[in-house]
Ligand binder design. Sequence first.
Ligand SMILES: Cc1ncc(C[n+]2csc(CCOP(=O)(O)OP(=O)(O)O)c2C)c(N)n1
Ligand code: SF4
Ligand SMILES: [Mg+2]
Length: 305
Amino acid sequence: MTTATEPSSQSPLTIKELNTENPRWCAGCGDFSIIMGIKRFMVNQAIAPHNTVNISGIGCSGRAPFYINTYGVHSIHGRAIPVATGLSLTRPELNLFIHSGDGDAISIGGNHLIHGLNKNFNCVFVLYDNELYALTKSQTSPTTRQGHKTNTQPAGTYLAPIKALRMVLGIGASFVANTADWMPDHLVNTLEAAYRHKGFSFVHVSQRCPHFDPYNFEHKSTDWFSFLTHEKGIPPDKRIADKTEQLQHDPSDLTAAFALANTDRTYFGLLYHDPAKPRYDTLMQEQVAAAGSKDRTKILDKYKI
Ligand SMILES: Cc1ncc(C[n+]2csc(CCOP(=O)(O)OP(=O)(O)O)c2C)c(N)n1
Ligand code: SF4
Ligand SMILES: [Mg+2]
């Protein structure tokens, strides 16, 4: 658990105030860019650090809460969502950011991801997808590309990867966006859109792991991806927007979102947004408020034998 420093003045938040120790990540790791994106977003939106909790499971990505000066919980593998669910119910005023690797979110924590998406409690969930288990030194994860050699499948990963975006759309996610660590402006704009959405905002980030998979993600090429554009979507990254296709996509269109998530091409932007999906946290809070206070002894006495 990490704790935030209370603001000392009314002056605007700075990146420096959000920095902590130097991250213990390899040089060139995409995790650096992701937490920098989160800090830039917090500064832009004046997000109060003392009202913010960064929660993670385990993995290289799981170290993120140590490096952002807010409250933080480095929980156990795949269990960031239950921690965040509890906080959303008891402290609804807090900003919750969940940091989870592809192994953490889709392997060991897959069950919790299903229920987080379904409960649709208010948080921003960031999937750091480097397509392998990095902390434990390169094992096949559910998103590892077929044929890629890892320490658990040294002759090449057997199966085709799970398509994370298609999976979460199938579960009923209310907000599904796709970005990458090497597109800083797109990443920040995506986080801003995710934060504006009140519900479980699923943000998939393609994340480079130069240590174990230096040739994954041809981040210098734009041939393999398109940007989704729409007035209600996320603007394409302006540095490279004109170097690839820009596809008009209405984020309220679930069928079209599925079709995009089902192809082998990558689409960066807002795939789906349903602002009206009911939320477990607000429904429960309303019900608790309507029930009012009751004599606990009387309630328990009903079960006397
Ligand atoms: C219960 C449990 N099982 C297994 C582990 C070992 N373990 C630690 S991190 C990890 C995988 C992390 O992969 P991912 O979530 O993709 O994060 P990355 O390191 O790639 O950021 C595993 C299997 C553990 N810490 N706890
Ligand atoms: S092993 Fe990969 S994911 Fe982990 S810190 Fe190094 S580059 Fe980043
Ligand atoms: Mg990983």
